[in-house]
Design a protein around this ligand. Sequence first.
Ligand code: FE2
Length: 402
Amino acid sequence: MLGLQQKVVGAAGNGKQARCVKAAAGAEGRGVNSPLVTRAAATELPPRLKKPAPIILNNQVLHSITDERLDVVYSIADHVEKNVLPILTPVHKCWQPSELLPESSDPDFLDKVQDLRKRASSLPDDYLVVFTGDMITEEALPTYMTMLNTLDGVRDETGASMTPWGRWTRAWTAEENRHGDVMNKYMYLTGRVNMKAVEVTTQNLIGSGMDPKTENNPYLGFTYTSFQERATKTETATPNHTLANSRRCENLPMHLQTETATPNHTLANSRRIMDALFERDPNGAVQAFADMMKKQIVMPAHLMNDNEHDKKGRNLFADFSAVAERTKTYTAFDYADIMEHLVERWRVANLQGLRGEAAEAQEYLMKMPNRVRKLAERAYARRKANQHTDFSWVFNREVQLS
Ligand SMILES: [Fe+2]
């Protein structure tokens, strides 16, 4: 923490009240002298360390949640226990990647792989690029677990904490882990993509992390994940309806697509956490929602890099996003739809008695979906048509961007 830059900052999402930062120590320093609990019961909460004030490090706001709102987060641990943890599927009921792919111990394994490769031979390059970008996003799961464990009041303090938050974070990650696994094994067997280029991109992405601007603040963090999980669902589910319906993709492994698309219960996790925050602290929750919409939700793979694209002066994530947009896998209109869905889900229009900035946030959120749609229409009108670029993932073949 030697480079810590101490400033007076507004606590974004918490009333933006300027708070003076006095101590040089961050969360780590504070934990050193805190006696830790030696025995953890299943419902035990993490020790309440005094929360550091908002600070700025490398131009990022940290620990912006107020003590009062941190108490709200602690208070919903029972809600997580009763209403969120049970949504996760028990391990014995989960599909596993080996069940969806040719079983390698089967005597006819090679025949099954031949059949899989034959069917995958018709997959077009734009589909492969979108699938690969999604797969790399899934494979960067260590980053998402890290992100959850940055959140004050939520983080798994030991790596095996028995708090509802700790158990939920690990179980969610474990369930998610199957997605990248099955996609990677499938793509490897098809022989259709340059696996080394894909693996380099994944390694770079995990090494780079992500910057969702959630400030260690669970209000912001779960607004982000509520939005992003729905975006991922759109992005993984849409190829089923668009590309898969076209004749050229009639041999898509549909069971694979359907199974790996973010299931509804996964989506429900973050939204149920936010439901509880909206119920117990509507002022804080609506401000957090507006704050994240103002910052804009970055997709988790926004720092992806294959060590080749940037040498051409191009941004790999931007080009992958352009292909996803052109194939209508995930568009700016989807972004507006997700925003609208969450505005309705959390009944933003009906929130009563909001104070000051929370009332402003409510007004802002009601207008935003249509504003985003108008911006998207303008961006589409300005877009240059018929742009192409090559992707290392598909052996440097050119793919249409727009
Ligand atoms: Fe996933």
